[in-house]
Write a protein that binds this ligand. Sequence first.
Ligand SMILES: Cc1cc2nc3c(=O)[nH]c(=O)nc-3n(C[C@H](O)[C@H](O)[C@H](O)COP(=O)(O)O)c2cc1C
Length: 153
Amino acid sequence: MKSVILYSSSKKHGNTAHSVQKLAPKLQADCIYLDDYEINDYCYNHTNSDDGFRTLFRHLLNYDHIVFASPVYWYATTPRMKAFFDRITEFMDDEALQPELRKLRNKEFSILSNSIKQAAPECFVEVFQRTCEYLGMTCRSQIHHQYPYEGDK
Ligand SMILES: Cc1cc2nc3c(=O)[nH]c(=O)nc-3n(C[C@H](O)[C@H](O)[C@H](O)COP(=O)(O)O)c2cc1C
């Protein structure tokens, strides 16, 4: 069972990265910092298709278990993680790409969230859960880490 942690945060070495580093050895997972990639917003006519999304998505299809790691930013995930999920739609739009998309049906996903609260808001978790389940993936685990508020520093 090959695992990968796909993480996004405005801080490459912030709390999300810390959570990822704690989990990765337990899963023997590879780690990918999503914000290193150019992932443009979804576009109906796919004019963005030559950015980093398709190569990254196809790379992720080599794993059996994908952990989506994100901080809670105003009850939601990061803009880059949202763009990543939106762009998966491209593989639905185009019949030629649909067989690749179907590979997700055999895969597991987990959610690794962090925030200053004890738990992730339901609306945050639901976005991952509903989207991944819609794509046919199975939820393995949901982990949340609480970090101290650092706003006054
Ligand atoms: C723009 C922004 C919005 C945030 N919104 C929330 C929030 O809605 N709920 C919460 O509990 N924490 C919120 N936080 C706190 C972060 O979730 C928390 O500090 C997290 O550990 C930051 O991870 P990072 O270092 O990877 O960015 C917010 C932080 C930022 C910068």
